[in-house]
Design a protein around this ligand. Structure first.
Ligand code: HEM
Ligand SMILES: *[C@@H]1O[C@H](CO)[C@@H](O)[C@H](O)[C@H]1NC(C)=O
Ligand SMILES: *[C@@H]1O[C@H](CO)[C@@H](O)[C@H](O)[C@H]1NC(C)=O
Ligand SMILES: *[C@@H]1O[C@H](CO)[C@@H](O)[C@H](O)[C@H]1NC(C)=O
Length: 475
């Protein structure tokens, strides 16, 4: 009996020693030099829960603020099971964004996007960007996309006004999916379109999470939904090819390149790539637009100025006997709206917008940032009073004139920086502008008690409804 007991004692103490060692290693990660200050938190969990606490969307999260006060602008932590450097130092952020090319995302997202995704894979990354520019860059938007967005926004807004209520997030989501789907698929069979839309509803909004692919977890459902959606896309393409029907512009661009002898892209990769664009577009723009609408609604002077701008544009078109459809010139003349959007993107940038995996060990002052760590760069400059007077105020007029724009490239990073600068930026601005244009033609308001929060991604726990009706005054 005594021997068994002793054996157990030995085993238990071995386990305890091993555990302590593991915890010690977790808290003191290996490095060839001095790591930035900060705490790694609990094993595996790290500081994920503190990091993911919901906060007011236009306030830098308390977690980051407190760490910066305690440790300075650059600190280490652990999130979602990975080792992370968080930086609010803009010089370092730009340097890292310029010299590192692997996108920094937790494993849950890598699972979702696929490690061989055209955007993720370093050999195909440039090609993916240039493809995207061919149908989402200014030139393509100007020549083709603007009419679609204009038509969709106009139609949805009219219907909302008839019902008296419009859900900003849902409406934007519909507009985006409809105009992207057309670009991708050309005209699609109604069943396939329905199936595709159905797949999307399996996506839980919290796609930024731990990576365990275990039945019942969010990631498991997302990966399943993703695979199903890719299957639907693939089947549609194969069917269209078999019957000799036209594919949409996007597939034509992708496969057209292949025929000209460029690198071959499999149907599998092509659908994965398209899925990535759908997902990113649908997860970002509707939320940011809803937050913008909330900011406008809370600032009557801004709302009035917008109304003036858009009434003028409509009136001018009528006087000149032009068609009601918006042109690129109309879009470019919406200066105040662009100021509003710039300001909204500045003030809602309370997330890291420069995300990379550190490729090679990096020296920063006394500190060493080891290869393999995830780097998250916050655009803290957006909230620096030296760059933006009274930075927490939503003030579109600060964008007036040239003073600010002269320095804007070093003080403004809503879409990141460097080799992974957002490829959807032009598309987003066009979407938002046209939406605001049509909305401003109506009498509208959003309830003051519509919270806009952030939990890494934006959240609208009470929805994003606006009350909307025909403005009888202007007709
Ligand atoms: C308001 C909406 C959006 C915001 C705030 C936003 C912001 C960002 C940011 C911060 C990055 C990372 C840049 C970096 O790490 O340096 C990024 C990358 C990216 N975004 Fe967006 N984005 C938005 C909308 C979109 C849309 C609509 C699309 C697609 C249609 C899109 C597609 C992408 C892609 C593909 C990348 C990765 C680019 C690459 O790896 O080269 N984004 N975006
Ligand atoms: C787009 O995202 C929203 C959540 O933000 C989701 O409810 C919707 O189903 C998604 N996809 C489509 C096609 O609407
Ligand atoms: C908006 O921001 C961009 C920088 O992204 C700047 O070049 C542009 O001048 C700004 N537009 C207005 C109207 O302030
Ligand atoms: C632009 O940047 C320079 C150098 O950083 C600075 O001296 C100047 O005051 C800035 N101008 C404005 C208008 O912020």
């Amino acid at each position: 009996m005594v021997e068994v007991y002793e054996l157990w004692a030995v085993i238990v103490s071995l386990i305890v020693v091993k555990l302590c060692h593991w915890i010690y290693q977790w808290r003191n990660p290996k490095s060839n030099g001095k790591l930035p200050p900060g705490s790694m938190g609990f094993p595996v969990i790290g500081e994920t829960f503190e990091f993911m606490k919901p906060h007011d969307a236009i306030q830098i999260p308390t977690f980051v603020k407190e760490k910066v006060l305690r440790h300075g602008p650059v600190f280490k932590t652990s999130l979602f099971g990975g080792k992370v450097i968080i930086s609010t130092a803009i010089g370092l952020n730009m340097e890292i964004a310029k010299t590192n090319h692997i996108p920094g995302m937790p494993k849950s997202l890598v699972r979702l996007f696929g490690a061989n995704n055209l955007f993720v894979n370093k050999d195909t990354h440039k090609h993916a960007r240039s493809l995207t520019n061919q149908f989402l860059g200014s030139q393509a938007l100007k020549l083709r996309m603007i009419q679609d967005i204009d038509f969709l926004a106009r139609t949805h807004m009219k219907e909302g006004a008839r019902k008296g209520c419009l859900d900003v997030k849902e409406t934007t989501s519909k507009i985006i999916i409809e105009c992207l789907a057309k670009k991708v698929m050309g005209e699609m069979e109604p069943e396939a379109a329905k199936e595709l839309t159905l797949c999307w509803t399996f996506f839980p909004t919290e796609w930024f999470r731990f990576a365990w692919n275990i039945p019942g977890t969010g990631v498991y459902r997302m990966v399943k939904a993703r695979n199903r959606m890719i299957k639907v896309l693939k089947e549609t393409v194969l069917k269209k090819r078999a019957s000799g029907e036209e594919l949409g512009e996007v597939f034509k661009t992708i496969f057209g390149d292949t025929e000209r002898g460029a690198e071959t892209i499999s149907l599998e990769s092509a659908t994965e790539y398209i899925f990535t664009l759908f997902l990113l577009a649908n997860e970002t723009t509707p939320m940011v637009l809803a937050a913008t609408i909330k900011l406008i609604s809370d600032n009557p002077k801004v709302m009035q100025e917008l109304q003036r701008e858009h009434e003028r544009i409509v009136r001018d078109k009528i006087e000149k006997n032009e068609k009601a459809d918006l042109t690129w010139e109309d879009y470019k003349s919406m200066t105040f709206t662009m100021m509003v959007i710039n300001e909204s993107l500045r003030i809602t940038s309370t997330v890291p917008t420069m995300l990379r995996v550190i490729g090679h060990e990096f020296k920063y002052g006394d500190y060493t940032i080891p290869a393999g760590w995830i780097f998250m760069g916050y655009p803290y400059v957006h909230f620096n009073p030296e760059n933006y007077d009274d930075p927490l105020a939503f003030n579109p007029w600060r964008w007036e004139g040239k003073d600010l724009s002269a320095n804007v490239s070093r003080t403004y990073f809503p879409f990141g920086s460097g080799s992974r600068l957002c490829v959807g930026a032009e598309f987003v601005k066009l979407q938002m502008t046209i939406f605001i244009h049509h909305l401003s033609r109506y009498r509208w308001s959003m309830k003051t008690e519509t919270p806009v929060l952030r939990r890494f991604v934006l959240m609208l726990p009470r929805g994003s409804d606006v009350q909307i009706s025909e403005d009888t005054k202007t007709g």
